[in-house]
Design a protein around this ligand. Structure first.
Ligand code: NDP
Ligand code: 2IT
Length: 448
């Protein structure tokens, strides 16, 4: 009964949004948790709330033209998907990557709505970005692209309207160019973007927040089952913002970090990547924008698995921190075959549906991104608070708020995520807890 209701609902979404495969995938995963819950709470059904929640408030699509270092004219497409502002101003990152499409940004905006709700902070959900590829571009080219993009984006954002931040390909450098241009265009210095530099309105720990928050969440999961990170072998994918700071916290917590990766391949260090090696990688990736494969030239005892993901390496815990659908069915089988017992998503939707089913069948503890990677947007919300009161908080203050909010998200997952044999179904828990908060607000506003 529930299955056919989910199929029917998702078919409607597919028909209305043809060829938006990532968006269909995110909606299906959400509907599989929420539609059975609605069957037990019929008031939501008569409100047609799922139809309303899966339709973005609006999408702005625009052209971004800019001049490269050779004096040639380049043209990209950019979007801002303002998905839902029932519980606060739109909030969510900007992604610069050649594979950005409307479907990708709609799935990310949809996920962001419920992730932001889980934080308990007043933030709606949005996502934006461009098919601009920053790789191989000079800083001046990136600056010109950001300045051109902001000319249009500035009409649609504001500290009480919509507050973008970073995501893949957008870090402090890009946010600074974007904020500098916004300030010039509007003559306003406010919290319109988060992820700013510390000297101009940024928050302590924003850069570290997603990675740290992920490890705090994993610690909560392990503690709930009487375990800890000490001595656990961990594979991490990616080597960007999320992966690097998750790695830092993992090492600090006594775990053994075995892998990192980028789109070229993975490194596997059987001796474990320690603090000193990680500092070298940070300089390589954040300072020189180098490739992860260079690690084996510096540390020849490690191996470089060219073109491969890290999921064939035996581990206790796997933390995908690169991009969507980076764990497929074969990867999940390899992980399970090697005895993985916990997977937590630092990236957004890195686990494909067939892989998720395999983790479920094998009782792998599994945390979805909308719960496990909510630390980034949490500290973004705290950056907005500091900007609004024009008062910076200390590193210690932010870190303790982040820890508290991650453990509160964990508690919500446990509350709504009753699984089979007393286990916690974190996917179900996160989806329903996020849904209840947003749906109740929408219903309170009447028909809209
Ligand atoms: P970065 O741009 O800092 O790093 C991305 C990393 O993932 C790089 O190592 C990159 O390798 C790799 N990667 C990106 N795309 C692909 C791909 N198609 N195939 C293989 N590897 C890829 O991004 P973030 O660390 O900020 O983001 C990583 C993930 O975390 C994303 O899913 C993002 O949505 C999510 N996230 C980010 C948050 C944040 O605050 N930044 C908050 C919550 C979630 P390469 O350099 O070779 O491209
Ligand atoms: O996916 C995400 O949560 C982010 N990229 C961070 C969003 C934000 O507004 O900080």
């Amino acid at each position: 009964m529930n299955n056919s209701m989910v199929d029917q609902f998702v078919q409607g979404v597919v028909d209305r949004n043809p060829a938006e495969f990532e968006f269909h995938q995110a909606v299906r995963e959400f509907a599989e948790s929420v539609i059975p819950f609605m069957a037990e709470h019929p008031s939501y059904r008569s409100e047609h709330i799922m139809e309303r929640l899966t339709e973005p408030d609006r999408i702005v699509i625009f052209r971004v033209c800019w001049e490269n270092d050779a004096g040639e004219i380049c043209c990209n497409r950019a979007w801002r998907v303002q998905f839902n502002n029932a519980i606060g101003p739109y909030k969510g990152g900007l992604r610069f990557h050649p594979n950005v499409t409307q479907s990708v940004l709609k799935f990310l905006g949809f996920e962001q709505v419920f992730k932001n709700a889980l934080t308990g902070l007043p933030m709606g959900g949005a996502k934006g970005g461009s098919n601009f590829n920053p790789k191989g571009r000079s800083s001046r080219e990136v600056m010109r692209f950001c300045q051109s993009m902001m000319i249009e984006l500035s009409r649609h954002i504001g500290e009480d309207t919509d507050v973008p931040a970073g995501d893949i390909g957008v870090g402090e450098r890009e946010i600074s160019y974007l904020f500098g241009q916004y300030k010039r265009l509007k003559n306003r210095f406010n919290g319109v973007l988060t992820g700013k530099g510390l000297a101009y309105g940024g928050s302590p720990i924003r850069m570290e927040a997603t990675g740290y928050g992920l490890i705090y969440f994993v610690q909560n999961m392990l503690e709930a089952f009487g375990g800890s990170l000490t001595g656990k072998r961990v594979t991490v994918s990616g080597s960007g913002n999320v992966a690097l700071f998750a790695s830092e916290k993992l090492i600090e917590s006594g775990a053994i970090l075995l892998t990192l990766s980028d789109s070229g391949g993975s490194i596997f260090d059987p001796a474990g990547i320690d603090h000193e090696k990680l500092e070298w990688i940070k300089t390589l990736k954040l300072g020189h924008r180098g490739r992860i494969g260079e690690y084996v030239e510096r540390y020849p005892e490690a191996r470089y698995l060219e073109g491969a993901k890290p999921w064939s390496i035996a581990c206790d815990l796997a933390l995908p921190c690169a991009t969507q659908n980076e764990i497929d069915e074969d990867d999940a089988r390899a992980l399970v075959g090697n005895g993985v017992h916990l997977v937590a998503e630092g990236a957004n939707m890195p686990t494909g549906p067939a892989a998720l089913a395999i983790f479920r069948e094998n009782d792998v503890l599994f945390a979805p991104g909308k719960a496990a990677n909510a630390g980034g947007v949490t500290v973004s919300g705290l950056e907005q608070s500091q900007n609004a009161i024009r008062m910076p908080w200390s590193r210690q203050e932010i870190d303790s708020r982040l820890r508290r909010i991650m453990s509160d998200i964990h508690a919500q997952c446990v509350e709504y995520g009753d699984g089979q044999q007393g286990q916690v179904d974190y996917v179900k828990g996160a989806n329903i807890a996020g849904f209840v908060r947003v749906a109740d607000a929408m219903i309170a506003y009447g028909i809209a």
